[in-house]
Design a protein around this ligand. Sequence first.
Ligand code: MOS
Length: 729
Amino acid sequence: MKFDTPATTNPIDRGRVIGIPHDRIDGPAKVTGTAPYAYERHDAAPNAAYGWIVGSAIAKGRIGAIDLRAAEAAPGVLGIVTHQNAGPLGKGNFNTAHLLGGPQVEHYEQAVALVIADTLENARDAARLVRIDYAPEQGRFDLAAERDKGIPPPPGFGGPADTKTGDFEAGFAKAAVKIDQSYTTPDQSHAMMEPHATTAAWNGDKLTLWTSNQMIAWSVGEMAKTLKIPPENIRLVSPYIGGGFGAKLWVRADALLAALGSRMIGRPVKVAIARPQIPNNTVHRPATIQRIRIGADKQGVIDAIAHEVWSGDLPGGGAETAAQQTRLLYRGPNRLTTHRLSTLDLPEGNAMRAPGEAVGLLALEVAMDELAEACGVDPVELRIRNDVQYDPEAGPQRPFSSRKLIECLREGAARFGWNRRNPKSGQVRDGRWLVGMGVASAFRNNLVGKSGARIGVDAKGHVIVETDMTDIGTGSYTIIAQTAAEMMGVPLEAVTVRLGDSRFPVSAGSGGQWGANSSTAGVYAAAMALRAKLAEKAGFPADKALFEDGLIRLGNQSQSLATLAGREGLWAEDSMEFGDLDKRYAQATFGAHFCEVGVDIDTAEVRVRRMGGAFAAGRILNPKSARSQVIGAMTMGVGAALMEELSVDTRFGFFVNHDMAEYLVPVHADIPHQDVLFIDELDDKSSPMKAKGVGELGICGAGAAVANAIYNATGVRLRDYPLTIDKIL
Ligand code: MOS
């Protein structure tokens, strides 16, 4: 099914199951420990041996001799994989560094060996006996030092490197009010709950990988290229995932090494990347340096805006496209955005929840707060004055498909009690706390992607959906079940959803907050095909038949789905393909974050006291799981504002704080009540579901609201994240 004209009224609009808050249907399996995760597939791959990854001890250079004798003689050791015995390996399109290093080493902790043993303890113990000689080379590890060597990155999900509209320099020069500030954000780790993990087993030349992965089809392709085997020979299974945040968009070293190890010893092998290995072995969100200039009139109306971003990555890697939102968020005829990418020999940078906007808004929304103060305009009002209902780079001929930023700001402010904010900073005391409030706009792109599914009804009238879509904790199982129930006219309990298996139709997968809208649109397409088949069997015209209560109805005639399905059941498969509506309409999601902080008058300890947000993201398919997504993302925004930082050792080129004891993320005690309001919105240009993404929107701007609240509380303007005590004092 092709979607290339705005959606009209369709069966999903009945809203009996879709749009209703519902507990996640996979919840009981998860809390009872019966949901199988990749490292625990005793059921599917019994007798698995254990692999332990040996990471490179240098950041850049070459491996010389490898001495495995002591390790091979250790108790329980079954085999050791290195580049010397792994056979020829290719490279996929997505990973920047090789998943198995050697002889060249590309980054610290890059996997250079896998020790396989009968137990985890034996594997880990023997791994310490592997002797590797290195010839280190000088690397580049300091973004600030490399910044001016940056070049424009190739275009990608973040659009082109640079954009230019009007004449920024001229507009800025004559502006009555000018802001010109620089901001920095550090490297960040995804820090998802479940580490990267894989169980691998071969059957002849056929490989099965039970792995923790967001994008099944991408990852099958990546694995096939790396192992140089046909993709048909790989089955990738990932039904449950303990968080991804972009770290699992494609396969990592655990998957490749489990496959190589299993091939070597002729037995299933499982590999988890140990928590202390994750920050340096896997991917992270790259640090940025950002300069923002805004020229406005005395009322705060923007005439010129420029956002320049510098980041670094390994050769062949990508940029952190932090100026993305600045292209679309506020008005102004004179505009400039640039991204520059320097070569760094640090571990590989890559996508982390809302790549680009999440850290771009940490800078832009503080700059807007600075502009509000310079103009003496309320920060909520300033943003409303600068709203624009079309893509400001393309002009009025490219309107937003839907854009309710103003509604989010107004309704969010009212609920939060924004009118109680003292506009003058450092004025409000509550005991030993200085108290302040901050606001920030939220913005995240709305991408869509082709997504397929198959759907069947069995002799009992039970509906089954299969797609390779993943549920990374986001609630995919539930919204897909809701979609199928709505479309087929059955209760939610009569739907079974099977996800995350490369044997199922290819979906858009979980990434870039496109998953919910795209994958349910794919289920919609398949359900329309199944409805047509059922209607034909019933002898009813498909467009007039009504599906409800397990029946297909026409006037006062009806037949049950169960009977029509018969003993064989009835199945249909289709996919949603998206046309070029996104060329005619800018598509994005919007919101407004509000935050109240207390800052200790003596120690400068920051406590978040209240958070509130209002969000407009199309139809909210399941308000309960959507709220969970948003509050989780707001929490991650607090982490970005106050805690999260991978500290770079610029001498040796690695992240020093590589565990959860030293890479700080918020815990329950750090997070107060979070109030979430969804603004009513149906986006008919986004898909027949009229939904948009929401999984990443909530992190976008949240941290800036914290920063702005700290300023309002204390009068200290911070521009270098995280905003730690030492920077406030
Ligand atoms: Mo997302 S950073 O595309 O999982």
